[in-house]
Design a protein around this ligand. Structure first.
Ligand code: GLC
Length: 457
């Protein structure tokens, strides 16, 4: 009898604790509307050169016409893997499938010196040229996607403002990253590679999306990091005093990962305090693949400490980042009542014994964390769309890429549900299109635009 009573109590405590967690991670419609309001204020501040959490970086790039042609090379660096690709543009919004080579960065390049990083990349470019049979006397134009906050000073130059996503290579912050890459290419005798455009992955994604669809006007990444860009009328970018392109559009790299006006749980605060960049990139820490697993792990470790999860002695891995966002996707796709996939994942992480009930709780925690991420992303996209079109009078195509958006089982639907809450029946005017590998393709397209304008001069 006593045992039964205790069990009953434990279930009640479990239910109450889960309820509290769900409440802490829940964002109501009013919360999302607040995010949009605050986003608009920060966007305005950023555009007018005032201090803002949103850097609103002008990129010197406009959307392509779709008629650009030729073969261009792109280097796409923004995470631990990077890619080099050759893309042939055929005009009429069409491209041939790109030739791609992927490379993995080691810790030495990510956290060593800038020379380690750029020398390694130049070596990889050399290997790519060899594979592509491009001779050293053949000139080739390269678009460089560098997906970190860069203060762009011209189409092909810009200084790194700060590293994000765990990078910390020394001697790069404040330097022109194109200059650093150029120097490394020269060391490898690759003088024939001309870096003619520098861009961000969101800009590449928007450009790749709009090469084939003119209605495309937002580029979004929800992967290891998160960010977005959109075309702004040059006249509204008040911080650009000498406006070189009149009233045409310039794509603005928002760097939305740094948005901060969000309700934080104590787990967010813990994660932020132990991160390499405390108080920075708060939205990114609630949304992107680099952090979602870790937030979940912090909640689970807390539940275990409270005696609510895993009744036999075992432990949610204590080491940071052991529980990954990919695990969440698998757990949230798992099936009741046994949750066997979750069982396997937990075993792999050293939790040898768990009850189906424990696994259900793990799955519900994952759900609370990922749903919040999807709703924040949807509110941010809505803010960008409404900034361009306050009455949501026309259709907007959002070119979007990134592992979280692509692979998480409910992320897209959670986002759509939030669009619906925020804009009612006009939600159908916000259409997201997965633009796979747009960041690389877009860099090649931007190189094509830059090349055409050089030729025209
Ligand atoms: C980080 C970078 C940003 C990039 C995003 C997605 O937030 O600062 O430049 O676009 O990750 O990769």
């Amino acid at each position: 009898m006593l045992k039964r009573l205790n069990l009953k109590r434990l279930y009640a405590v479990k239910a109450k604790t889960l309820d509290n967690i769900q409440k802490a991670f829940c964002l109501t419609k009013a919360d999302l509307q607040n995010i949009i309001r605050s986003f608009h204020a920060e966007m305005e501040r950023g555009l007018s050169g005032k201090i803002s959490r949103l850097r609103m970086i002008p990129t010197y790039v406009a959307r392509p016409t779709g008629n650009e042609r030729g073969k261009f090379i792109a280097l796409d660096l923004g995470g631990t893997n990077f890619r080099i690709l050759a893309l042939k543009l055929r005009g009429n919004g069409r491209t041939l499938p790109p030739h791609v080579m992927k490379f993995a960065l080691q810790k030495r390049q990510i956290t060593g010196t800038g020379d380690d990083l750029f020398d390694f990349i130049a070596g990889c470019i050399k290997a790519f040229m060899k594979r592509q049979n491009i001779q050293l006397f053949e000139e080739c134009e390269l678009g460089f996607t560098f997906s970190f906050p860069v203060r762009q000073t011209a189409l092909a130059s810009g200084q790194l403002v700060c590293w994000t996503k765990g990078f910390s290579a020394k001697g790069v912050v404040g330097k022109d990253v194109v200059g650093l890459l150029r120097r490394a290419l020269i060391k490898r005798a690759l003088r024939n590679v001309k870096i003619i455009a520098l861009t961000n992955d969101t800009v590449g994604t928007l450009v790749a999306g709009s090469y084939s669809d003119r209605r495309c006007d937002v580029g979004v990444i929800i992967g290891t990091g998160t960010n977005a860009c959109y075309p702004e009328k040059a006249s509204k970018i008040r911080k650009m005093p000498a406006n070189p392109i009149g009233n045409r559009e310039i794509i603005i790299n928002i760097e939305w990962g740094n948005f901060n006006n969000l309700k934080k749980t104590r787990y967010d605060k813990l994660l932020d305090a132990s991160s390499h960049n405390p108080r920075e990139q708060i939205l990114e820490k609630m949304v992107s693949g680099m952090y979602l697993g870790e937030i979940t792990r912090l909640v689970l470790a807390d539940l275990e400490k409270q005696g609510i999860l895993f009744s036999t002695p075992c432990s949610i891995p204590g080491s940071r980042l052991a529980f990954r966002t990919e695990h969440m996707s698998a757990i949230e796709s798992d099936e009741a009542p046994h949750f066997y996939a979750t069982l396997r994942i937990l075993r792999g992480l050293g939790v040898r014994y768990s009850l189906p009930d424990d696994r259900k709780l793990v799955s519900e925690v994952c759900r609370a964390v990922s749903k919040r991420a999807a709703r924040i992303s949807a509110a941010a996209i809505t803010a960008v769309v409404l900034k361009m079109d306050a009455g949501l009078k026309k259709a907007h195509v959002i070119a979007i890429d990134g592992s979280v958006y692509e692979k998480h089982p409910t992320f897209k639907d959670d986002m759509k549900e939030a669009f619906q809450e925020l804009t009612g029946e006009k939600a159908s005017r916000i259409r997201m299109v997965l633009t796979k590998d747009g960041s690389g393709k877009g860099a090649a397209i931007i190189a094509a635009v830059a090349y055409a304008s050089q030729e025209a001069k």
